[in-house]
Write a protein that binds this ligand. Structure first.
Ligand code: GDP
Length: 445
């Protein structure tokens, strides 16, 4: 699913790796790559245009996080914007206040409506509902029989016209189906309707007549994710002809280029509720825009990691520290200790950090980072008087021996700590001159 698009997007990001800062040209080149990748994946042009414009704008604006390097920032922005065009947050199926809830399925022939009816029925049953499937597709030969087989597989009863009456009135079948559900206390009715190979007026009229007869709570437009650019045209035609409240993307398991998925929600404004991912009754999932975006970016783990890194490195704290150094050079041993504690926090994610692009430098430092070191530094700093912490220059031989005794360490260890503190201080100064960019980390070792 979306394999090509994923590869193309990662390639677009990879050229940013190791860059400390993004120039306008870097951003432009990346945006151009993203644009090409989306167009090649059959995403509709207006969607591509607005998407790339937003990414460009956000990437160039001052909305930068000190915890992330430039390529991570772009990944984050693209992830958020992808989630947005896929509909933002997941929407639940809406149930009627007074059962039965009526769900109408609409879409072209072959889109996967009948298959979906079975999947929906199966899923609804697992959620504790008592669904009924209604066979109102009297157009396609065998459609009724197909729904009966699907219903049997799903363990869900099917309301169908009497045998020999297959050319009957689909509107009547739908209406009597809903009435039957009311009588027998089925709480959800899924109505399967006829489709054609192409959009035509007669099909639209029939679907609209069924709609008017059963007043559905949800009209789900089922679209084959493999039909590419046509998905948008078809969606618009159905939006106008019947109207729909939600979208189901089917055949997402195929070698789809994904354009339909990325365009339909945005173009029609209707949320994607479900994804169909195979021929089996269980190949079905609720659609989560954020998860789908991470899947497209093929970076689920990296995104989690980015979130964690952001949490571990409190940007405000880092800025405060940078300002401190830039202001009066007042980087104290207490600040040093705070930094080490942050490193310790990150250290527990050492393994995961290995997967992050552009984290090579910090990873190397973490490899050499001994967590017990933090405890030692803490003990030493705690054994100092406030005056000594503020100004380590006053630490003569006898003060060092006293601190060693108090902290259960040796004078040599205290000397080492003070050396490293000096190094960190120098590092912080140079970072402050760079405008506070980069990871805070006076790392020992
Ligand atoms: P309808 O005409 O809209 O009712 O479409 P059907 O439910 O009959 O599906 C058309 C064909 O697509 C059938 O061969 C299904 O088995 C197949 N199909 C439906 N959904 C999926 C899916 O999610 N993945 C795959 N691979 N095939 C599907």
């Amino acid at each position: 699913m979306f394999a090509t698009l994923s590869d193309r997007l990662s390639a677009a990001f990879s050229s940013l790796r190791g860059k400390g800062r993004l120039s306008e040209a870097d951003i432009e080149a990346t945006v151009t790559e993203i644009r090409r990748a989306l167009l090649d994946a059959d995403v509709a042009l207006p969607v591509v245009r607005s998407f790339t414009a937003t990414v460009r704008e956000r990437a160039s604006s001052a909305e930068v996080s000190r915890a992330l390097n430039p390529s991570q920032q772009i990944v984050k922005i693209v992830n958020e914007e992808l989630t947005q065009i896929l509909g933002g947050s997941a929407r639940e199926l809406r149930f009627a206040k007074r059962p039965p809830t009526v769900i109408l399925l609409a879409g072209l022939q072959g889109a996967g409506k009948t298959t979906l009816a079975g999947k929906l029925g199966h899923w609804l049953r697992s959620e504790g509902h008592t669904p009924l499937l209604v066979a109102a597709d009297l157009q396609r030969p065998n459609a009724v029989q197909q729904l009966q087989i699907v219903g049997e597989n799903a363990g869900v009863p099917v309301w169908a016209p009497e045998p020999g009456n297959g050319t009957g009135d689909p509107v009547a079948v739908a209406r009597t189906g809903v009435a039957h559900a009311k009588d027998r206390y089925y709480d959800v009715v899924v109505v399967d309707t006829a489709g054609r190979l192409g959009v035509d007026a007669e099909m639209m009229r029939q679907a609209a007549d069924i709609r008017d007869a059963v007043s559905p709570d949800e009209i789900l437009f089922v679209v084959d994710a493999m039909i590419g650019q046509d998905a948008v045209t078809t969606a618009n035609a159905f939006a106008e002809g019947v109207g729909f409240t939600g979208v189901v993307l089917s055949k997402l398991d195929g070698d789809a280029r994904g354009g339909a998925a990325l365009s339909v929600a945005q173009v029609t404004g209707a949320p994607v509720l479900f994804a169909s991912t195979g021929e089996k009754v269980t190949d079905f999932e609720r659609f989560h825009p954020d998860r789908m975006a991470s899947r497209i970016l093929d970076m689920g783990d990296v995104l989690t990691l980015i979130e964690q890194a952001e949490r571990a490195f409190d940007a405000d704290q880092a800025e405060e520290m940078a300002n401190k150094i830039a202001g009066d050079g007042d980087f104290t041993l207490a600040d040093f200790l705070t930094q080490m504690q942050q490193m310790k926090q990150l250290g527990s994610m050492k393994k995961m950090l290995g997967m992050l692009p552009g984290m090579g430098q910090i990873r190397e430092q973490l490899e050499n980072f001994d967590e017990r070191e933090v405890d030692r530094v803490e003990a030493i700093v705690r054994s100092m008087t406030p005056a000594e912490r503020e100004n380590p220059k006053i630490l003569n031989g006898s003060r060092r021996s006293r601190i060693a005794r108090g902290s259960g360490t040796t004078v040599t260890e205290i000397n080492q700590l003070l050396d490293r503190f000096d190094q960190a201080k120098t590092m912080m100064r140079s970072m402050a001159r760079n405008g506070g960019r980069g990871m805070p980390g006076g790392v020992p070792g």
